[in-house]
Ligand binder design. Structure first.
Ligand SMILES: NC(=O)C1=CN([C@@H]2O[C@H](COP(=O)(O)OP(=O)(O)OC[C@H]3O[C@@H](n4cnc5c(N)ncnc54)[C@H](OP(=O)(O)O)[C@@H]3O)[C@@H](O)[C@H]2O)C=CC1
Ligand SMILES: Nc1nc(=O)c2c([nH]1)NC[C@@H]1CN(c3ccc(C(=O)N[C@@H](CCC(=O)O)C(=O)O)cc3)C=[N+]21
Length: 284
């Protein structure tokens, strides 16, 4: 029987270090601050926002939510974003995506200041991720996956890793981070043939597809480590992942649950990035 590996111990360990760091900064008269930029009021944005606000406040990071109407014009939105870029009290900016259709992500991603871009929206940070340049910010959720693997002492070097999903939020960046850790990475997506055959060769399986309980035991190698990034709502209205946890826990050696898995670590990585941005901006 595999072990259910929870996110909370990982999140708590990160938070403890950050709380001490923020106290130090406050002693120097510096308080890190995160600005959250939300257009409209989508349920999944609000869920992330609530978790982020709670996490930041417990660590001592200041927050400000910038909420804009669902129908804000692109020019007006860009003006607002430029103001936040210039606001010296703000160290980190998180912008919820995807946007409503009148806002063009391909234009706006060039506006956010790279040094405040704590969730890898700017092409500068995307490039740094590709290059393995650690001065940039990788996106929070993929970074949370790596932190969980490290926390539970999972060997990535030389391991066969399979990732299901290739979005810029989860699949592609987590694949790059696994590669940076010297794993041999296979990326699966909607056109992949015989997916269970591919994924059942992996020592580490990371799943971010957005399809409730899609991954069943036949996708999983005996003894593999399974990281479930999905956040879905099932027929009963409960949160569930992209992996059928009950069906896979017998075959995996370790498996993350949903809720209380990757999602709970994401917010502490966000906080970590805000503190790092604050230190860099203060030349510390
Ligand atoms: N824990 C957290 O903090 C976070 C969790 N999430 C969750 O992660 C999941 C993925 O999110 P995101 O990446 O944004 O989703 P997207 O919808 O942007 O991407 C889904 C990816 O999965 C692939 N895919 C879809 N269906 C299949 C299928 N049947 N077989 C194989 N591949 C498939 C798609 O392939 P193709 O490219 O070919 O279309 C695509 O690459 C969601 O459940 C989301 O809620 C997201 C962000 C944060
Ligand atoms: N730029 C950007 N980056 C994102 O990562 C991003 C985004 N935009 N837009 C919205 C989606 C959705 N998303 C969620 C994250 C956590 C919970 C969540 O429920 N978190 C709980 C824990 C859930 C659990 O325990 O697994 C919490 O933080 O307390 C929900 C949704 C991130 N997203």
């Amino acid at each position: 029987m595999g072990e259910i590996i929870k996110g909370k111990p990982v999140a708590d360990a990160i938070s403890e270090v950050l709380t001490a760091e923020v106290n130090d900064l406050k002693g120097k008269g510096i308080t890190p601050k995160l600005a959250i930029v939300r257009v409209g009021a989508k349920g999944s944005d609000i869920a992330y926002e609530k978790g982020a606000l709670k996490r930041c406040s417990s660590i001592g990071i200041e927050t400000e939510v910038k909420e804009y109407p669902e129908d804000i014009a692109q020019d007006a939105f860009i003006e607002e974003l430029k103001k936040i870029n210039q606001d010296k009290t703000v160290n980190g900016i998180l912008i919820f995506r995807p946007f409503p259709k009148q806002l063009d992500e391909e234009v706006i991603k060039y506006v956010i200041a790279a040094e405040k871009d704590v969730d890898c929206f700017s092409p500068i940070n995307v490039a740094k991720l590709m290059e393995g340049d650690k001065t940039g910010f990788a996106p929070c959720t993929p970074t949370a996956v790596i932190e969980i693997l490290k926390h539970y002492n999972v060997n990535m070097k030389g391991a066969n890793a399979a990732v299901i999903g290739r979005s810029m939020v989860v699949g592609k960046p987590v694949s790059m981070l696994l590669l940076n850790e010297n794993a041999t990475v296979t990326i699966c997506h909607s056109r992949t043939k015989n997916m269970p055959e591919v994924t059942s060769k992996a020592d580490i399986l990371v799943v971010g597809v957005g399809k409730a309980k899609m991954v069943t035991a036949d996708y999983v190698k005996e003894g593999a480590v399974v990281i479930d990034v999905g956040i879905n709502v099932d027929e009963q209205g409960n949160l569930c992942g992209d992996v059928d946890t009950e069906a896979c826990v017998g075959k995996a050696s370790m498996i993350t649950p949903v809720p209380a898995g990757v999602g709970s670590v994401t917010t502490s990585i966000l906080a970590k990035h805000v503190v790092a941005a604050c230190k860099m901006q203060n030349n510390l």
